[in-house]
Design a protein around this ligand. Sequence first.
Ligand code: 5GP
Ligand code: ZN
Length: 148
Amino acid sequence: MSGHTKNSKVISNKTSCIFCKIVRGEIPADKIYEDENCLSFLDITPINPGHTLLIPKKHYENLYDLPDETLAKLAPVIKKIAIAVKKGTHADGINIGMNNESAAGQIVTHAHFHIMPRFADDGYHLWHGKSYSKGESQKTADKIKKNL
Ligand code: 5GP
Ligand code: ZN
């Protein structure tokens, strides 16, 4: 993975990576949870107050690079934090998100999960669903399955 993004920012290097700096304690963050593998802290520009990030302590750029064993260790922490965010913010619901590559909105190229509290009246909407033409969904499913 190159770490190049369309908006020409390259933040993949461990030395300059903002999230690695948070792991090393070089810049402050409102920490939520930490263990030997991961660190969780509040997003500095939240979708709603309590929007939390979970990162592996080691620098990986995105989901594709993240070793399966690290992902397996992070998964139960996502759940633990989601429940704590929901209770702590009295959220009506929680979105879990991960942006991978700039086309998908990734700005910080240190793999991270977003744990986002949602409220019934917060005004955000998810995507508008497109529709498939005849036979397109089966062809699409086949193309994806070939790559498993
Ligand atoms: P991405 O778009 O890469 O998935 O999301 C990166 C997130 O990191 C953004 O929501 C942004 O607000 C957050 N972020 C960027 N820089 C910092 C920082 O220095 N501290 C904290 N706590 N969050 C940051
Ligand atoms: Zn990093």
